[in-house]
Structure formats: C-alpha cells, structure tokens
Design a protein around this ligand. Structure first.
Ligand code: SAH
Length: 378
C-alpha cells in the first residue's frame, strides 16, 4: 500500500547542497564525482548559478541538472544602506516570506548578520523579531543565499558571519549546521571557525549536539544574571535554566583552552543593570572562559523598555572589569535603518497566533522554587 501514497523524491535545490551532497548528486546522475566538486565551486566560490556558464561541467550533466534539480535564490527586494556603512538587505523567499540580512563593515573586518528562521518562536521580551511570531525554519539554501548575495553585492565574501539575525539558530539545527559548514568550506566562502559565530538564547541539548558536530564560536544571549529575571526576559530559561545552561557552555569550550563563550547582555534601563546584577553576573560566570558584550538596548515601537544611560552602563562595565572579566560595549550600528540587534522584522505570517500584545515585565518577583543548587544566584 505504501507505494500508492508515497510522494516522489523531492527535486534537489542546488543551494541546499553541501560539498558531499553535490558529489553524491552528480554520481547518482551517472557522472564522475569530481564534477560535483566543480559544481559546488561554481555555485559558491565563483557565485555562478547559471548552469550554462559552468563551462567545465560536461554538457550532458548541465542538461540533466537543468531538468532534475532546481535553484531557488531568494530575491533582494530592498537594500538599505545606513550612514555608518551598515547595509540591510530584505530578501523575499519563494513563498513570499521576507527575511533580513545585515552587513556591518568595521576597521579591518566585515561582519554579516544572517537569519536562520522566518520570525522566531522564543518570545524574548525585548526583541522586535519576537513580536512578529514564527512562520518556519529557513532551508540550507535560504541561509547560504544570504552569504551568496552579500558576497556578490560586496565583491568579496564577508570576513565574519554571525548567526544573529532573525530566528533561533539552534531551533533549526540541521540546516544551520550544514549552512555553516558551507561557509567554512575552502571551495566556498572559506571562513575559519573563529570567523563563524552562532548565537543562541540557550537551547541546552543542542549546545551539546553542536559541540559534537561543529567547531564554530558560540555566543549566548544571557541578559540576566539570575533565573527569576531571565525567566521573564528570555522565556526559554524556564525550560533550560542557568544551572543547565552554564555547564553546557563550559562543556562547549572545554576542548580548547583558547576558546571563550561570548555572552550577550542587553542593557535594559532599571531592569538588569544595577551593581547588584553585576555582582551576580561575576559570580555566575566564575570559572567559565568568558567574554561579555554589553549591548545598548535598541528601541522599537511599543517595546516598553529604554536603554541604560551611558554613565550607568559604564559603572556596570567597570564593576565587571574590576573582577577581571573581559567586557566590551557593543556599538549600535545601523540603528536608523532598523538593522540593529533585535530590530529585524522581515515580513512574517505568524503561525503561532501570538499576535501583537503589550509586554509587561514585572520585577523582581521570583516565581520559581529555590534552585536545588544553592551555588546559583537566583
Ligand atoms: N535567537 C538567537 C539569535 C539572535 S541574536 C539569540 O537569541 O541569541 C540577536 C541578539 O540581539 C541577541 O543577543 C538578542 O538577545 C539581542 N537583541 C534582541 N533584541 C534586542 C534589542 N531590542 N536591543 C539590543 N539587542 C537585542
């Protein structure tokens, strides 16, 4: 009976394929494996998506691929440059959903901020993407297309990629890992492991999975030094609290002495920015190789938050640095084109029916039972 209902094997999209997939596809079509390598190089190293222009592939292979594969490249529908050199691209996918990708030039390097999902399901209190709800995961090809387009637009591959655009990359694990491997491949974008960073809000089991299959740098959106506050700001904390998150992060960097976790900490005025919070943060991160990025809160309509004033931010930073922590304040970039952290919105047909609702963070009302481990600040 099964074969009556079986759907035919899906037609492969060439942008969804990593090097091994390209080789396997070409072999399955009856051609020599090395043509798969060349196909992969044409697509990513040379940025060529027109099969006819891939002159060193046998003509018959090109004809077969034209019939038996597709290539769906998202369209850039807006390109918004900002006065500080930041560029935001809005890309439309083949189902009409829109995502955003941001390019941030800095002295001596250039960073591409790449989206992993259409919208986001995690609902962090201070993030504009969260307000849009969630539609779907991006395919490998839709993730890598962001790097493809940026490379073509800029004339060179960005020196760094951060998986810090729309979405939670560890909630789209397989596609993100595969896309990052393409970014790192020397026949494609040739980014070293230090130059690809995945940022997560803390999906603990997938931090361990990532450690086993990838070697990219890990950034974690911390934003609060105790569970009571983090439960409210980053709701995934209710599922994976700090006493699980911190050991997972330690395990991630354990294999290499030189590695550090980058902690992201958005500065929310009067919410998470007191010297008491700084003290808790120091205690929390003790023993974990860490680098801390303080991010001024980037406003968006009806967010309900304001950013910590500069003097207060500096006092917070000094308190942390006094303990020997490595602390940086992230410069806000691309703010006037709504391209800064947490301002990416695209166009998302929400499937979570969350809708737009006002946000209220009531503080500080610890809502959990005391942690089993008294060593963790709560
Ligand atoms: N979901 C992943 C990837 C997004 S990265 C993660 O949470 O890490 C985007 C970063 O910007 C995260 O650290 C996020 O917490 C932060 N951010 C979100 N909204 C922000 C805002 N309005 N201002 C400043 N930073 C924000």
């Amino acid at each position: 009976m099964d074969n009556l209902t079986a759907t035919p094997a899906p037609v492969p999209d060439l942008l969804d394929l990593d090097l091994a997939d390209c080789e396997a596809l070409v072999a399955a079509l009856g051609f020599k494996v090395f043509h798969g390598r060349n196909l992969f190089k044409w697509l990513h190293k040379h940025g060529v998506i027109d099969l006819d222009a891939m002159t060193d592939l046998p003509k018959r292979l090109r004809e077969t691929l034209a019939k038996q594969a597709v290539l769906r490249l998202p369209r850039i529908i807006h390109s918004r440059p900002s006065a500080d050199g930041t560029v935001k691209w809005v890309m439309e996918l083949d189902d009409g959903q829109r995502i955003e990708t941001v390019y941030i030039p800095e002295d001596g390097r250039s960073t591409l901020c790449v989206s992993s999902q259409v919208g986001c399901a995690l609902d962090c209190a201070f993030c504009a993407t969260a307000r849009q709800g969630f539609n779907r995961n991006l395919r490998v090809g839709e993730i890598i297309a962001q790097v493809w387009h940026a490379t073509r637009q800029l004339g060179a591959a960005p020196s760094n990629v951060v998986m810090m655009g729309m979405g939670e990359p560890l909630a789209n694990f397989e596609a993100v890992v595969k896309a990052m491997a393409v970014m790192q491949n020397d026949l494609a974008y040739n980014l070293s492991r230090h130059r690809v960073t995945l940022s997560t809000s803390g999906i603990v089991p997938n931090i361990y999975r990532l450690r086993d299959v990838s070697d990219v740098a890990l950034a974690v959106s911390l934003h609060a030094p105790n569970n009571a506050l983090r439960d409210q700001l980053v709701p995934i904390n209710r599922k994976y609290p700090l006493e699980e998150l911190i050991p997972a992060c330690r395990a991630y960097v354990a294999a290499d002495q030189r590695r550090k976790i980058t902690w992201e900490y958005v500065m929310l005025n009067g919410i998470n920015d007191s010297l008491q919070h700084a003290k808790q943060l120091i205690r929390l991160l003790e023993g974990t190789p860490s680098k801390l990025n303080l991010i001024p809160f980037n406003p968006f309509p009806d967010s309900g938050f304001t950013t910590t004033p500069p003097e207060r931010l500096e006092a917070f930073r000094q308190r942390l640095m006094g303990s020997g922590l490595l602390v940086f304040t992230r410069k806000t970039r691309g703010d006037e084109i709504a391209a800064a952290c947490g301002q990416l919105v695209g166009r998302v047909e929400d499937r979570t029916r969350r809708g737009v609702r006002p946000v209220a963070v009531t503080l500080p009302t610890p809502q959990r039972a005391p942690d089993a481990n008294p060593g963790w600040p709560t």
